[in-house]
Design a protein around this ligand. Structure first.
Ligand SMILES: NC(=O)c1ccc[n+]([C@@H]2O[C@H](COP(=O)([O-])OP(=O)(O)OC[C@H]3O[C@@H](n4cnc5c(N)ncnc54)[C@H](O)[C@@H]3O)[C@@H](O)[C@H]2O)c1
Ligand SMILES: NC(=O)c1ccc[n+]([C@@H]2O[C@H](COP(=O)([O-])OP(=O)(O)OC[C@H]3O[C@@H](n4cnc5c(N)ncnc54)[C@H](O)[C@@H]3O)[C@@H](O)[C@H]2O)c1
Lengths: 208, 208
């Protein structure tokens, strides 16, 4: 069993390694990674040994090799993870138009909405379908991840639809707890936590 | 020095305690909090002792008292943290219209944009000003936090404007590293990390 905190750290290591690769850095030590993340070097070594990743004693980890190994842990390179957005409103549109997910091999294939003015339109090159077509499109396109950007009042119904359609995982932005079969992972995102963290950093910076 | 990972956990404990209070739970043990977060009970006790929070031996922590103590760590109740959005596009609109930040005492006071079609309009009750007015409005309204939802190409310029206006912290959504004086905390958010984490959970669920 691997904890959510460990998975979060591995995703952040991957981001740091991508940045280091971009800067043409060839090796990195557990001390340097620890400083980038704000954890201890022991924590870095413990995380990597959980996944069987080892560096060379004394010279640290090879950046490109370590990045590729961590990417495989996240299923990168296996097949492109196709995603769909349910709720083509402000947040849904911003997520689809930002190309940030492409860098890890995720790709949007469809959007769904109930608003007749949006059905039949596109967000960039992504078609907006009616919610009635959700099951057919998810099956036809082999969509793995459903991103929910609908109002809280529709969240449970939409989650049920996604599960019936055979979705493999759900990213939920609606402020509502959803209940789905245990075999389908759900990750809920609450951006207000980022504001809390920033408030903490402001207070510590101003107390110094 | 308190690490980013510890601050993230404290924000998540606060969310869990808010949920428990809502369910009328009166006490909680470090084991129960550990299970909710996916960390060890030792980690919970270590985090709380970092901030001088102690429970009663044997009967755990009082939910309401612990929640209030952690809220104070995040500056809750001090004064409402006023925020502004720079870039009143899809993401900016979604952030302002979602009421999730109000629950921690944050409040949007203004939005700014360069698009003449948006200047003079409102997002809900929040006025959209021209970027030229940024310094005056931030000073007049005592705005503490600047949220950047502008294209990457404008991120550095906007960060400079916010710093000159006397902003106390920046939440950056644009995919660009920004350089600001060390005294002003910057927190960058990259939602693609949530997709990576979900992909990991899908793989582990499907391997069982
Ligand atoms: N987690 C966070 O931090 C965060 C941040 C911002 C917004 N949100 C939440 O994200 C959601 C979307 O926010 P928004 O600003 O984009 O809202 P929005 O009103 O702009 O968009 C919602 C869209 O969902 C569509 N819709 C409604 N019911 C539907 C259904 N049953 N099936 C398919 N589509 C449906 C609407 O037609 C609309 O296009 C809200 O729940 C909001 O609270 C969360
Ligand atoms: N971090 C993430 O996970 C994530 C997710 C989605 C979008 N984004 C990023 O957020 C940003 C906004 O995305 P969006 O979909 O809302 O884009 P958008 O084009 O809908 O909105 C951008 C807004 O910024 C305004 N603008 C441009 N230059 C400006 C300046 N100098 N000062 C003030 N306003 C200015 C535009 O007029 C527009 O209204 C982009 O950089 C995008 O890559 C990040």
């Amino acid at each position: 069993y691997i904890s959510m905190a460990t998975v979060s750290r591995m995703a952040t290591y991957l981001q740091c390694l991508t940045y280091l690769e971009h800067q043409h850095t060839s090796t990195v030590s557990s001390h340097e990674l620890a400083a980038l993340l704000g954890v201890t070097p022991e924590q870095v070594r413990q995380d990597f040994s959980t996944f069987g990743l080892v560096g060379k004693r004394g010279s640290g980890y090879d950046v490109v090799r370590l990045k590729t190994e961590i990417e495989l842990i996240f299923g990168r390179g296996v097949d492109r993870w196709k995603c769909c957005i349910v709720g083509a409103g402000s947040l849904g549109t911003a997520l689809v138009s930002s190309h940030m997910v492409q860098k890890w091999g995720f790709k949007y294939a469809a959007a769904f909405d109930t608003d007749p003015r949006k059905i039949g339109t596109h967000i960039g090159r992504i078609p907006v379908y009616a919610v009635e077509d959700l099951k057919d499109v998810i099956r036809r396109e082999h969509i793995a991840i459903g991103v929910m950007t609908v109002p809280a009042s529709s969240a449970r119904k939409v989650a049920d639809l996604l599960c019936e359609a055979g979705i493999r995982g759900i990213l939920n932005f609606a402020p509502r707890v959803i209940k789905v079969p245990a075999s389908i992972p759900v990750l809920s995102v609450d951006l207000s936590q980022e504001f809390l963290k920033l408030a903490f950093y402001i207070q510590s910076a101003e107390q110094r």
